[in-house]
Design a protein around this ligand. Structure first.
Ligand SMILES: Nc1ncnc2c1ncn2[C@@H]1O[C@H](COP(=O)(O)OP(=O)(O)OP(=O)(O)O)[C@@H](O)[C@H]1O
Length: 567
C-alpha cells in the first residue's frame, strides 16, 4: 500500500505534500467561519468588518480547496499512470508460465479498472480523510472552548453513529470485494469470447456461452445489488443519528439559552459546527471502507509490478555468430507434470532438422526451451559449446531466431507494421519487396488497394493461412535471423503453399539453421535429421530413409498420419 501512496517520483512527492498542506489551510479557513457567525449574531464585532472577514474566509477556503484538488489530482494521475505502465510492462517481461494461469481480459481489467479505484482513493479519499481528521480535531478544540456540555452531546452522538456504521462498513467492504472480483472475471470471460468467436460459431457454442454468460452476469449483479443495498442504509442511519443529536442539542441548548448560561450565537455556532462535522465523519467512514477495498486492488497490482523478469541472463550475443546449440540431459516439467526426460542433441549452423512424434509427446516444449520461454529443470543448453543459454540475454538470443507458428500472432496494424515489428532499424522499400518476393507474397500484397499498408485485421483475418505463414517467413528474412523454427507452420497449408515455403527455405536458407515440427511428408523429406519424440524421450533419430527402414514405429506413425500416401 505504501508504494502506491508514497510516490517514487520527486515531483509527485512534492505535489502530494503541497496538496495536503493546502487542504489543511482550506480546513482552517472553513473552521473559522462559524466562529465569525457567532460573533456576528451576538454583535460582538462591527457588522461590516465581520461580513468582509467572512467573505474572505469563504474565498480563501474555495481557493485553497481548488489548489489542493489540482495538486492532488495531478499526483494521483501520475501515480496511476506509473502503476499502469509498470504493471503492464512487467507482465510483458515476466515468465509466460505466470500469464498462462490468467485470462488476458482479466489482466487488462485489473490494470485499467482496478487502478481507477486506486486513483479515486489517492485523489479523493486520502486528501479528504487527512483534512477531515484535522477538521474534527480543531473543531473539538473550538467546541470545548465554546461549551463543554454541548460538546459532550455532540461527541456522544458521533460515537453512536460510529457504533452503527462500523459493522455496516465491514459488510459493505465484503460485497465490494466480491463485486469487483466478479466484474474482473466477467471482463476476462467476455474478452475470451470475442477472441474465440469462430470457435463458438463453428461448434454451436452459442447456447452454452449464453448460459455461462448469463450465470456470470447474475453473479455480478447479485454482488453489485448487495453492495448497493448495504450502502443505501448508511445515509438514513446518519440522518437518524443526526436528528437524535439535533433533538438533544435543541432541548439542552434551548434550556441553557433560557437559563441565560448560553447565547443564541453560541448555540447557532454549535449547530453549524455539528453540520460541518458530518462530512468529515462520513469521509473517515469512507476512508476505512475504501482503504480495505483499495488495499486488495493494490496488492494485485503490486504483485504484477513486483513480478520477476524472465531474463536471468546478461551476456549479450548480438555479435556472436550462431554455431551450435546443444541440449545436454535436459529434463522439464510443467508444475509436477514431467514432460521431457534426458533429452540430448546438438544442432549445428546450417542444419535442417525436424521433430516429429505423437501429439503431446513434448515437441513444442523442446522448442519452448530453445526460445527460452521456459527454463530446463535438469541439464543445460549450451550455446556455441560454451555458454549456458540461461546466462545469455534473452533479447539478444531471440534476435537470432525467427519463429513461424501455425497460429499467426499478429498485431492488428498493417502488413508493413507486422513485417517490421521488432526490427532494430526499418528496412527500405526495396529490402521489403525482396523479402516478400522470396516468399512469393509480393504479388498478393500488391493486389491489395493499399499494398503493404493494408490493415491485416485481428489475428491477420484478412490474410489466408498460406499468406500468413509466408508473411512470418518474410519477417524472418528481414530480421536476418540465424535460426528459423517452423512450429507446425506447414501442417495446415495446401501442398502448393507448402512447396512455396519449402522452396524458399531451400533457396534462401541454405546457410541457416532450420527446425521444423511437422508431420508433413514433403517437409520431413527435406530435412537432414529427424528426431522422433515419444513420451518426452528422443525415441530414435536419423534421416527419413534410415528411420523408415530401421524404426518400425516411425513408419507406423507416418502411415497413420498420411493414410494411403506412399512413404
Ligand atoms: N503450458 C503448459 N502447462 C502444462 N502442461 C503443458 C503445457 N504445455 C504443454 N503441456 C503438456 O505437456 C505435454 C507436452 O506438450 P507439447 O505441446 O510439448 O506436445 P507436442 O508434442 O508439441 O504436442 P502436439 O503435437 O499435439 O502439439 C502435453 O502432455 C501437454 O499437455
Amino acid at each position: 500500500m505504501k508504494e502506491i501512496i508514497i510516490p517514487k517520483n520527486l515531483k509527485l512527492k512534492l505535489f502530494l505534500c503541497l496538496g495536503v498542506i493546502f487542504s489543511i489551510f482550506a480546513s482552517v479557513a472553513y473552521l473559522l467561519i462559524p466562529q465569525g457567525l457567532e460573533q456576528l449574531i451576538d454583535h460582538k464585532v462591527i457588522v461590516i468588518k465581520m461580513i468582509v472577514k467572512l467573505g474572505l474566509l469563504f474565498v480563501t477556503n474555495l481557493l485553497f480547496n481548488f489548489i489542493s484538488s489540482f495538486l492532488l489530482l495531478t499526483y494521483a494521475e501520475g501515480q496511476i499512470r506509473e502503476s499502469r505502465y509498470d504493471s503492464a510492462l512487467k507482465l510483458l517481461k515476466t515468465d509466460v508460465s505466470f500469464l498462462e494461469t490468467s485470462l488476458s481480459g482479466e489482466l487488462s481489467s485489473r490494470i485499467i479498472n482496478d487502478t481507477e479505484v486506486v486513483r479515486q482513493f489517492l485523489s479523493e479519499v486520502i486528501p479528504s480523510a487527512i483534512s477531515s481528521v484535522i477538521l474534527i480535531f480543531l473543531t473539538f478544540i473550538v467546541l470545548l472552548r465554546l461549551d463543554i456540555g454541548l460538546s459532550i452531546c455532540i461527541f456522544c452522538g458521533l460515537l453512536l453513529m460510529v457504533a452503527f456504521l462500523t459493522p455496516l462498513s465491514a459488510v459493505s467492504r465484503k460485497y465490494a470485494k466480491k463485486k469487483q472480483s466478479h466484474l474482473n472475471s466477467l471482463s476476462g470471460y467476455l474478452t475470451e469470447i470475442f477472441q474465440s468467436i469462430n470457435l463458438i460459431k463453428l461448434n454451436q457454442g452459442y447456447n452454452k456461452i449464453k448460459k455461462q454468460y448469463n450465470q456470470k452476469l447474475l453473479n455480478t449483479s447479485e454482488s453489485s445489488f448487495k453492495y448497493s443495498l448495504v450502502d443505501s442504509f448508511i445515509g438514513p442511519i446518519v440522518y437518524v443519528v443526526l436528528f437524535i443529536v439535533l433533538g438533544f442539542i435543541f432541548a439542552y441548548g434551548g434550556y441553557r439559552v433560557s437559563e441565560g448560561s448560553l447565547t443564541v450565537g453560541t448555540l447557532i455556532a454549535f449547530l453549524i459546527y455539528l453540520f460541518q462535522l458530518l462530512t468529515p465523519f462520513s469521509n473517515i467512514g469512507q476512508f476505512a471502507n475504501q482503504f480495505a477495498k483499495t488495499k486488495q486492488y493494490v496488492s494485485v497490482i503490486s504483485s504484477y509490478r513486483n513480478l520477476p523478469d524472465e531474463d536471468e541472463g546478461s551476456i549479450d550475443v548480438d555479435n556472436n555468430e550462431f554455431l551450435s546449440l546443444e541440449f545436454k540431459n535436459i529434463g522439464f516439467s510443467y508444475g509436477d507434470h514431467d514432460v521431457l526426460h534426458n533429452i540430448n542433441f546438438k544442432i549445428n549452423k546450417g542444419d535442417k532438422l525436424a521433430f516429429i512424434g505423437p501429439s503431446g509427446s513434448g515437441k513444442t516444449t523442446i522448442i519452448n526451451l530453445i526460445l527460452k520461454l521456459y527454463k530446463p529443470i535438469h541439464g543445460k543448453i549450451l550455446f556455441n559449446e560454451q555458454q549456458n543459454l540461461r546466462t545469455i540475454s534473452t533479447d539478444s538470443w531471440r534476435k537470432k531466431i525467427s519463429f513461424i507458428a501455425q497460429d499467426f500472432e499478429s498485431l492488428s496494424g498493417t502488413i508493413y507494421e507486422n513485417l517490421t515489428f521488432g526490427l532494430d532499424s526499418l528496412p527500405n522499400d526495396e529490402t521489403i519487396k525482396e523479402a516478400l518476393r522470396k516468399v512469393n507474397l509480393l504479388e498478393d500484397i500488391e493486389k491489395f488497394e493499399q499494398g503493404w499498408h493494408t490493415l491485416v485485421g485481428e489475428k491477420g483475418s484478412k490474410l489466408s493461412g498460406g499468406q500468413k505463414q509466408r508473411l512470418q517467413l518474410a519477417r524472418g528474412f528481414l530480421k536476418e535471423a540465424d535460426i528459423f523454427i517452423f512450429d507446425e507452420a506447414t501442417s495446415n497449408l495446401d501442398s502448393i503453399s507448402e512447396s512455396i515455403v519449402l522452396s524458399s527455405v531451400e533457396r534462401y536458407l541454405s546457410e541457416k539453421t532450420v527446425i521444423f515440427i511437422t508431420h508433413r511428408l514433403a517437409t520431413i523429406k527435406n530435412v537432414d535429421k529427424i528426431f522422433f519424440i515419444e513420451d518426452g524421450y528422443i525415441a530414435e533419430k536419423g534421416t527419413h530413409e534410415y528411420l523408415l527402414s530401421h524404426y518400425q514405429k516411425y513408419k507406423l506413425y507416418l502411415s497413420k498420419q498420411l493414410g494411403n500416401t506412399r512413404l
